[in-house]
Design a protein around this ligand. Structure first.
Ligand code: DGL
Length: 238
């Protein structure tokens, strides 16, 4: 029987998601696929990205996973619907900008940080239309290059991009910031310093709860007592 949970992203961002899932489901076995050779996903066209993503999905399926977590907002917002149609026998859970959480908690002025791909996706528009109340403001801010700078640990570039993109919002009474890219929680402290009064929100806990719920519902939870394993795969340029 397929027993592992596959988790993937364009690099290390999805590790922030995996950490949260592991806290909730420590006994599961995981395969983490970091598709670093195709990083960044955030500026690819829909078609190019879908082909990249199905390549990863096929590799994970060949490793006999029981569920796949798309630990990437860009790939989720752009590909998950088509993936569910093209792979009807696989369970997919995705991560998308936690706009609903910000709206449900009645924040009045929310800044959504994400890749250009996520910000321009129909799904992000839908999330706003479905959840935003009249008295709430939502600013969408595409952060081109930020995920890649985080992937490369390029601190100088990270600081430069944060200054360039975020400074103009520091006097807009922002009370919540949605980290709509799984790479961004890695630099949450720096963002918090720029917005000391804002609540930073990411979708990782929601994803972890959803994984648990779907595995339970499908009777697929791993019942072993000892801690599970994690296998790491990092893609290389051909
Ligand atoms: N970590 C990803 C996301 O959540 C993708 C970043 C990228 O490769 O551009 O959107």
């Amino acid at each position: 029987m397929n027993s592992k949970i596959g988790v993937f992203d364009s690099g290390k961002g999805g590790l922030t998601t995996l950490n949260e899932i592991k806290k909730l489901l420590p006994n599961e076995d995981y395969i983490y696929y970091a598709d670093s050779s195709n990083n960044p996903y955030g500026n690819k066209t829909d078609e190019v990205l879908y082909n990249i993503v199905i390549n990863v999905i096929n590799k994970l399926i060949s490793k006999e996973v029981k569920l796949i977590v798309i630990a990437c907002n860009t790939a989720t917002t752009k590909c998950i619907e088509k993936l569910r149609k093209d792979y009807p026998n696989m369970l997919f859970i995705g991560t998308e900008p936690a706009i609903k959480v910000a709206c449900d908690n009645n924040y009045k002025s929310t800044l959504v940080l994400a890749t250009p791909g996520t910000i321009n996706s129909e799904r992000t528009q839908e999330l706003i239309e479905k959840n935003k109340k009249k008295n709430q403001k939502i600013y969408l801010l595409p952060c081109e290059g930020l995920a890649n700078a985080i992937e490369l640990n390029d601190n100088e570039k990270i600081n430069k991009l944060l200054d360039k993109y975020l400074t103009e919002y520091t006097n807009k009474n922002i009370d919540s910031i949605v980290l709509g890219c799984t790479h961004y929680p890695i630099i949450s402290e720096r963002i918090q310093i720029m917005f000391p009064d804002a609540k930073l929100i990411d979708g990782n806990l929601g994803v972890a709860k959803r994984v648990k719920y779907i595995l339970e519902k499908n009777n697929l939870l791993n019942n072993k007592k000892e801690n599970g394993t994690i296998e790491f795969i990092i893609s290389k340029k051909d």
